[in-house]
Design a protein around this ligand. Structure first.
Ligand SMILES: NC(=O)c1ccc[n+]([C@@H]2O[C@H](COP(=O)([O-])OP(=O)(O)OC[C@H]3O[C@@H](n4cnc5c(N)ncnc54)[C@H](O)[C@@H]3O)[C@@H](O)[C@H]2O)c1
Length: 279
């Protein structure tokens, strides 16, 4: 069988959320593979520091300020990529936020924010880049979901919904591409906890204000309790990037980075089969 993406050197990787955490680790890793790298982030300061680091090592880098929740921004990202590099071979739809607070008592803006970035951001990315990849006859789309897309984490309803949606649309896309004989590949990246800036309040405060009418409730505190310590003690983002590159080379759909967590979605479905309640 012909495997297209064995040789990454000279090809073009586009990464959203490239200014920090997993996105930054992916950018560094693709650069180390000799790829040209397009960085997209809504935080220009963080993105510029990654740009400087990669450019210093001789990587061809294009930084694009982009809010992935906005369709026009993502289309402009695709246009800028083609204009500068003539195509795009790897797309990592990675930008994401957790949100915070009580999903059932806080303003709807908290749902719109999380789903706008984590779910619509991925949809925008696929719609903008899939035609480019199909025209050039090769490409690999990596959608960052989460273990939260495979098992529900209490206290994080908008995040669970968005990440479940990313898993669902990625799996559907995989089957559609295979059924239509497309040469474009897709992967769903489902990490457990990774040590990044994911739980920083900075983005939340910038976007929704310091206090967007958020009631202090036990349910609202759950997200902090579950995520804060988990992320603090999470694996290194470089390890995630290594697994992503391996999956691209192997044309593998599932990237469940934490082997010790792979049994969780299996047990969930076993409970469903037995008609037992969630545990
Ligand atoms: N850290 C974890 O434990 C973990 C686990 C599973 C999945 N994930 C997912 O990994 C992805 C990356 O998160 P991370 O952990 O590296 O966090 P991070 O906060 O370190 O990095 C996220 C980056 O995305 C950028 N970003 C946020 N909103 C954006 C937008 N609208 N448009 C463009 N860029 C935007 C941020 O500026 C930041 O640079 C997210 O989708 C997250 O949900 C993280």
């Amino acid at each position: 069988m012909l495997m297209f993406m064995q040789e990454l050197s000279g090809k073009v990787a586009v990464i959203t959320g490239a200014g920090s955490g997993i996105g930054r680790a992916l950018a560094r890793r693709f650069a180390a593979e000799g790829m040209k790298v397009v960085l997209a982030d809504r935080d220009e300061v963080k993105m510029r520091s990654v740009e400087a680091e990669l450019a210093e090592r001789g990587t061809e880098v294009l930084p694009v300020v982009c809010d992935t929740s906005l369709e026009d921004d993502v289309q402009a990202l695709a246009d800028a990529t083609v204009e500068r590099f003539g195509g795009a071979h790897v797309l990592c739809n990675n930008a994401g936020v957790v949100g915070k607070g009580d999903a059932w008592r806080s303003p709807m803006s908290s749902w719109e924010w999380v789903i706008g970035i984590n779910l619509y951001g991925v949809i925008h990315g696929i719609r903008a880049f899939l035609p480019i990849m199909e025209d050039q006859g090769e490409g690999h789309i990596v959608n960052t979901a989460s273990m939260a897309g495979l098992v529900a984490i209490p206290g994080a309803a908008p995040y669970n919904v968005a990440k479940s949606g990313v898993v669902a649309l990625s799996e559907g896309l995989f089957l559609e591409l295979a059924a239509t004989g497309s040469l474009v590949k897709v992967s769903a990246l489902c990490p457990g906890f990774v040590k990044t800036a994911l739980m920083s309040d900075q983005l939340w405060t910038e976007r929704l204000g310091a206090d967007p009418g958020m009631p202090e409730t036990p349910m609202g505190q759950m997200i902090d309790q579950v995520f804060r310590q988990g992320v603090e003690e999470g694996i290194d983002a470089d390890e995630v990037a290594t697994q992503v590159v391996d999956a691209i080379r192997a044309e593998r759909f599932w990237i469940l980075t934490h082997s010790e967590m792979r049994h969780l979605p299996v047990e969930r479905m076993q409970r469903a089969e037995r008609q037992e309640n969630p545990a």
